[in-house]
Design a protein around this ligand. Structure first.
Ligand code: RIB
Ligand code: CA
Length: 359
């Protein structure tokens, strides 16, 4: 499967020239990133969201403009408090902005199991967290930040897409001002990958399929990082034990919050390992060369109870007999494979950067 290229907002062909140097990624210092990216990270902080926040904060090539929160892994209060706890614990400058407390259709069913009652693995007493936040909604922050920086901001969404959909509904023209969008969500079905909430639906999409379909129907450079790749690099207890030695407090933090998450996966999938879905979406932005992608159109099913939340992927070069509904949809791309060792080494190298940072 060829590694297709990314056409950025200005139509410039972004060819992943580093593909030839892939083997070096596992041993050399993190490649000096030539592209400096301003990003908004949209989270439903949860355990794997936490690692993505840490990496987005410390990656030299990223300027983290804001962390917007949405209900998903946990309710909006917890998602926002958890993000603030991480912000204060690791001296993160980016503001945390509270977002949607329910999906577009208004129905939110809180899952108190997978990420713990508090949403962050029930690993810390966060009762003293300073929970003051700016007086702006997440979707208004997204609109203002993007429209004030036309063509420069990438949105990395690692929770349900409610905030992005609300932004599009309020100002559809903002889509043309976004540099690119990376979505952790969905399952295109590559290599037979199924959903994790239903046979066909992934959690972020399933939580707000109406919002996800608005996002997938928008004409912006979008990359879907789905379960097709995010289950490829499981993180075992031993991985976190090593991280404590190499990264100090940041490693210990990830070890602590992942214990509950690993236990959830052991019950759910029979393997004592967690999956860093959200960091993998961010890693696509940082190191696209460790992924292969496929270009195509994406429809999110919202109708049937059996297919609700399914991300239906229609490859760009297929002319199926039935094209109804597809013709007006824009072409996006979805990740098909990832170099798992490179991901795990890069994840470790970014977290190790906290070792010598004043926390
Ligand atoms: O299906 C995995 C996704 O759902 C991840 O973003 C995880 O944090 C949860 O939000
Ligand atoms: Ca998430």
């Amino acid at each position: 499967m060829s590694n297709e290229n990314h056409i950025n907002r200005r139509g410039v062909l972004m060819v992943p020239l580093m593909t030839a140097f892939l083997p070096l990624l596992s041993s050399s210092p993190i490649m000096a990133q030539t592209t400096h990216r301003k990003i908004i990270l949209d989270v439903d902080t949860g355990v794997d969201d936490a690692a993505a926040i840490l990496i987005a904060n410390i990656a030299p090539s990223i300027e983290l403009l804001g962390i917007t929160t949405v209900n998903g892994n946990t309710n909006i209060y917890n998602a926002t408090r958890n993000s603030l706890f991480i912000k204060h614990k690791f001296s993160i400058n980016a503001p945390v902005i509270k977002g949607a407390d329910k999906p577009i259709n208004g129905i939110y069913v809180e899952d108190k199991k997978f990420h713990g009652k508090d949403g962050l693995g029930d690993a810390y007493d966060m009762s003293a967290t300073n929970v003051s936040i700016p007086n702006i909604t997440a979707h208004d922050f997204i609109l203002k930040t993007v429209n004030d920086n036309p063509g420069d901001v990438t949105i990395v969404s690692v929770g349900p897409s409610t905030n992005l959909a609300l932004a599009i509904q309020k100002d559809p023209s903002f889509v043309k001002n976004v540099h690119s969008v990376v979505i952790m969500g969905g399952a295109a079905g590559f290599n037979g990958q199924m959903g994790n909430v239903s046979p066909v639906a992934e959690f972020n999409i399933f939580t707000d399929p109406e919002a996800s379909d608005i996002v997938m129907a928008a004409d912006w450079p979008l990359t879907m990082v789905g379960l097709d790749v995010t289950y490829s690099a499981p993180t075992y207890d031993s991985y976190f034990d090593e991280l404590i030695k190499s990264a100090g407090e940041a490693g210990q933090f990830l070890k602590n919050i992942n214990q509950y998450y690993i236990n959830s996966y052991e019950k759910d999938r029979g393997v004592r390992a967690s999956n860093q879905h959200d960091s993998m979406a961010l890693m696509y932005l940082l190191h696209p060369e460790i992924f292969t992608t496929r270009r195509g159109k994406i429809k999110v099913s919202t109708e049937s109870v059996f297919s609700r939340g399914q991300t239906i992927f229609c490859p760009e070069n297929h002319s199926f007999a039935s094209q109804e509904g597809w013709l007006e949809r824009p072409v996006h791309q979805a990740c098909a494979t990832v170099n798992s060792d490179a991901f795990l080494n890069l994840f470790r190298r970014y977290i190790n950067m906290y070792k010598n940072k004043e926390i």
